[in-house]
Write a protein that binds this ligand. Structure first.
Ligand code: 5GP
Ligand code: ZN
Length: 113
């Protein structure tokens, strides 16, 4: 999709720190990390947000989570991690290409689930 920053990253038009890639999924370090490990996992296909997941594209969510498991292992997140997806204005979604934040490397404690 034109004008989508994550589509441009996936296409290599905007540089990123890639940590994982397969046929369906691309993962790269967040430009403004909020934890020692902060990685964005995105489907290569442009899906705007969680509200646009449907029976045709839901397998891509599964592919993202399969990637998350592999990345958590390679990043040594043996003590656990948190996965967040923001959907829409109230959640603070700023990039409208479905993505999962993988956060780890420190305890998060209570609050916000
Ligand atoms: P959202 O707020 O939509 O859930 O998350 C968007 C995330 O994308 C933010 O954490 C932000 O730091 C990250 N981000 C925005 N632009 C870029 C970019 O050009 N490169 C990288 N690596 N991350 C970005
Ligand atoms: Zn996109």
């Amino acid at each position: 999709m034109t004008d989508c920053i994550f589509c441009s990253i996936i296409a290599g038009k905007i540089p990123s720190q890639k940590v994982y890639e397969d046929e369906y999924v691309y993962a790269f370090r967040d430009i403004s990390p909020q934890a020692p490990v902060h990685i964005l996992i995105v489907p290569k296909v442009h899906i705007e947000s969680a509200t646009n997941i449907n029976s045709d594209n839901a397998y891509l969510v599964s592919k993202c989570f399969e990637a998350i498991t592999k990345i958590a292992e390679s990043e040594n997140l043996n003590d656990g991690f948190r996965v967040i997806t923001n959907s829409g204005k109230d959640a603070g979604q700023t990039v409208f290409h479905l993505h999962f934040h993988l956060l780890g490397g420190r305890p998060f404690g209570a609050g916000l689930v």
